[in-house]
Ligand binder design. Sequence first.
Ligand SMILES: [Zn+2]
Length: 189
Amino acid sequence: MIGVIALEYRLIRSRRKTLSVEIKGGEVVVRAPERLSKARIDAFLDSRRAWIEKQLEKSAELAAVEPISREELEALARSAKEYIPARVGYYAQIVGVTYGRITIRAQRTKWGSCSGRGNLNFNCLLMLTPPEARDAVIVHELCHLREMNHSPRFYSDVRRAYPEYDKWNRWLRENGGAIISRLEKIAEV
Ligand SMILES: [Zn+2]
């Protein structure tokens, strides 16, 4: 006897020796050795049920998001170019640093970055996140101008400048992927 509701999945048997499961395009794909019994496969899936359900939920959320149009992206970049430098200026005083140039780009891999010369780079998709999350990214990058690492000292600087940092950093980790994925869809066009 396994879980109450049977999971639907696509089974691919091959000469492999181990079982694996992945979520591909919203579908559960199981790879199994040629002769492994169905009961063993189901038991394996059952042991990973929580993970599978979480991944299925995530992929449903991703499938539901609308891709960003070019016009929307340009509008985001425009508002980011007004909004972000002002916040950077505000937090730079709190952190106690000076900075160089600020660039705004649409990026798939990061929310913000900084260079050794003190130039800062921010993702215009931040404008699709709550202002508190934007502040978390801005403070993170500004604190790198003091500490070019992720040491405990760095994080204590970050939290001193922005006490709600952890909460909003977590928010970005949990929700950021769905926002970024709207940009990835454009790239496919
Ligand atoms: Zn960092």
